[in-house]
Design a protein around this ligand. Structure first.
Ligand code: SF4
Length: 311
C-alpha cells in the first residue's frame, strides 16, 4: 500500500501516510525496529515506485477522504524503510506542494550528509531526525548502520541542515535499556541537541515487539532521568510512547487528564498539586491511578515525580 490513513497523530494531527519504500529497505537495522529485521540494507538511492504512481494514489485517496469531509493536516513520508533512499523524494515533494497540504518526512537522517538529501528535505514543512546516540560505538550497537556510513558526517550533516532549515525540525531519541540510556550517553545527546536546536525533541521507548527481543524499554525512573537531563539543555522535550496523550486538551475528567499529561511528560509533585487544585480534586485520584498501576511515583534529584506506567 503506497498511501494509507489518515491516521490521528499527536505530532501531525490527521496525517495521510506515504509509503515510498518497500518493506524494510533501510540504511539501518535498528535493534528496536518494529518492522523486524532489515531485509535489504543499502545506502544507494534508487527508484522504488514510479513517482507518478505515488501521486496518482495520493490524489485518489485525498479525493475519497475529502468526499467524507475528513480533514488532512499532513502528507507524511513514513515508509516501511528509510524514505530518503527514494531518489525521487525531492520530485515527489515538489509535486505534492500544489495540493496545498503540509508535508512531513520521518527519516533516520543517515543520508543527510548528502547535498541532494539536504536540499530535498529542506522543501518539507516538518522533518523528524533520529538521534539515538552521538557515540560511535553506541550508534553501531543500537542502529546497526550500513558499513559505509559514518556517524560524524551524519551529525555534521544534521547541524548543517538545521542551520538552514526554515520548517519545523524535530528529533526522536529511542531509549533502549542498557544500550543508550545511561546519564553520560543521554547527556551527550542533550549537548548535541543544544547545537541542533530542534523545535521539539521526542523521547521514545520500544513499545511494539522490537526486531531484537532483548531491546527493552528502560524503567520509568531511568526514562524520567533521561527526560530531566534533556530538558535541562533543550526547551521542548516530550515523550513519544505510543499513547496519544494531549497535555493541552482537558476533558474535565481528572484521571483521564492526568494520564494524558503524563503520556507527554513526567509531572513534578508541585505540578500535580496545582493541577488537582484547578480541577477541584484531591490526591485520591492520583493514588487510585498508582493502585491501578497506571501511574508511578519516582524521584529525581530529591524531587518527586509522577510518571506514566510505560510497560
Ligand atoms: S531506521 Fe527506522 S525503519 Fe530503519 S531499521 Fe531503524 S527503525 Fe527500522
Amino acid at each position: 500500500m503506497i498511501v494509507f490513513g489518515p491516521v490521528p497523530s499527536r505530532r501531525l494531527g490527521r496525517s495521510l501516510g506515504i509509503n515510498n519504500i518497500p518493506p524494510k529497505v533501510c540504511s539501518y537495522s535498528c535493534v528496536y525496529c518494529q518492522l523486524g529485521h532489515t531485509i535489504k540494507m543499502q545506502v544507494e538511492r534508487q527508484t522504488f515506485y514510479e513517482p507518478e504512481d505515488i501521486l496518482k494514489n495520493l490524489r485518489e485517496k485525498i479525493a475519497r477522504v475529502s468526499e467524507v469531509g475528513e480533514p488532512i493536516d499532513y502528507l507524511t513520508f513514513v515508509p516501511d524503510g528509510e524514505p530518503t533512499l527514494d531518489v525521487n523524494l525531492g520530485r515527489e515533494i515538489g509535486w505534492l506542494r500544489p495540493l496545498g497540504i503540509k508535508i512531513a518526512v520521518i527519516t533516520n537522517g543517515s543520508l543527510i550528509w548528502r547535498e541532494d538529501v539536504k536540499e530535498e528535505l529542506a522543501n518539507a514543512d516538518w522533518v523528524s531526525l533520529k538521534v539515538d546516540s552521538t557515540q560511535d560505538e553506541v550508534w553501531r550497537r543500537i542502529n546497526r548502520p550500513h558499513g559505509t556510513l559514518e556517524l560524524a558526517s551524519i551529525l555534521d550533516g544534521m547541524l548543517e541542515f538545521a542551520a538552514a532549515y526554515k520548517g519545523e525540525l524535530v528529533t526522536e531519541t529511542m531509549l533502549v535499556e542498557g544500550v543508550n540510556d545511561n546519564d553520560d550517553q543521554v547527556g551527550e545527546v542533550a549537548e548535541f541537541l543544544t547545537r541542533l536546536r530542534p523545535a521539539k525533541s521526542y523521547l521514545s521507548i520500544p513499545t511494539r515487539p522490537p526486531a531484537e527481543q532483548w531491546a527493552q524499554s528502560p524503567s520509568e525512573e531511568v526514562i524520567n532521568q533521561a527526560y530531566q537531563i534533556l530538558s535541562n539543555k533543550v526547551d521542548q522535550v516530550e515523550y513519544l510512547i505510543g499513547y496519544e496523550g494531549n497535555a493541552f486538551a482537558f476533558t474535565g475528567h481528572v484521571e483521564e487528564d492526568l494520564l494524558s499529561i503524563t503520556a507527554v511528560h513526567p509531572m513534578r509533585e508541585e505540578a500535580v498539586s496545582e493541577f488537582l487544585k484547578r480541577a477541584k480534586a484531591d490526591w485520591a485520584a492520583v493514588h487510585r491511578l498508582i493502585e491501578q498501576d497506571q501511574l508511578v511515583e519516582t524521584e529525581h534529584e530529591g524531587v518527586r515525580f509522577y510518571v506514566r506506567r510505560l510497560h
